[in-house]
Design a protein around this ligand. Structure first.
Ligand SMILES: Cc1cc2nc3c(=O)[nH]c(=O)nc-3n(C[C@H](O)[C@H](O)[C@H](O)COP(=O)(O)O)c2cc1C
Length: 241
């Protein structure tokens, strides 16, 4: 399994969650200067867009500077061929990793069969991961996902993902149906880490949802690392939404 730069990070590590229309390069550069996390993600970028004639416009969301490394490009879609082609491009652009979005609950994204809608299509999800890995060369490929679409399918879903040997899985501790309306189920994120361990897999689990501080969320939990949109290294939030 290729875990790339993820393997080098001391645990628990802390990354800034991807946020469309928020975490662009200018934003990340400010965060890099005043409270750098262990890794950055781009906003999510459409693989269909990257494979279309409008590619130039979409590429703007892939701009980054050296101060933002390690930086992972997050992509979404449902066409495996487009994931392969996009991965080749991301390799050329010099990213440190590629993350596949299988958790976005946005109606427009799910209507197109991407984001969290992939939770309903495990075989397609596996093909997408494999095709992305095929195009990614030496770059580690990770997945960001939820516990399920309408109901919690974690017990089946995590093993399905593990069959494709992703470097890391970010588990957002809610189903798509739950949106952000309920507290994140950190016991289930812990369970995902347990499933990984019980299978002897080296895939890393990154917990996500309701993260307020680094230490509150990792202490006493099975997940060793967290994924936050509030970028706090201690109890002071650098920004809040
Ligand atoms: C404005 C906004 C944009 C987001 N865009 C993305 C995105 O592009 N990709 C992604 O994986 N998650 C996205 N998310 C989800 C966050 O990365 C993160 O999973 C979520 O905010 C964590 O849950 P919490 O809000 O309960 O802390 C977005 C969240 C917000 C608030």
């Amino acid at each position: 399994m290729n875990r790339g730069f993820w393997k080098q990070l001391a645990k628990p590590f802390f990354v800034l969650a991807p946020m469309a229309d928020v975490t662009d390069s200018a934003f990340r550069q400010i965060i890099a200067k005043y409270g750098k996390p262990d890794a950055f993600f781009t906003e999510f970028v459409s693989t269909d867009g990257l494979c279309s004639i409008g590619r130039k416009n979409v590429m703007m969301d892939l701009y980054f500077t050296e101060s933002e490394r390690p930086i992972v490009a997050q992509i979404w879609g449902r066409n495996p061929e487009h994931f392969y082609t996009s991965a080749l491009l991301l390799q050329e652009l010099g990213f440190d990793g590629i993350d596949i979005n299988m958790g976005c609950p946005d109606a427009n994204v799910c209507k197109q069969g991407g984001g969290a809608a992939l939770l309903k299509e495990p075989e397609l999800a596996q093909t997408i991961i494999r095709e992305t890995k095929r195009g990614a060369g030496k770059l580690p490929v990770s997945v960001k996902t939820r516990m399920g679409y309408n109901v919690d399918i974690l017990e089946d879903w995590i093993p399905k993902l593990l069959e494709t040997e992703p470097a890391l899985i970010t588990v957002h501790g809610r189903t798509k149906k739950e949106m952000s309306d309920v507290p994140a189920h950190w016991d289930r994120i812990g369970r995902a880490a347990e499933i990984v361990r019980s299978r002897g897999s080296k895939t890393l689990i990154l917990g996500n949802g309701d993260v307020q501080t680094l230490f509150k969320r990792t202490r006493g939990r099975n997940a060793r690392s967290v994924h936050s949109r509030t970028n706090t290294r201690d109890d002071r939030a650098y920004f809040s939404l």
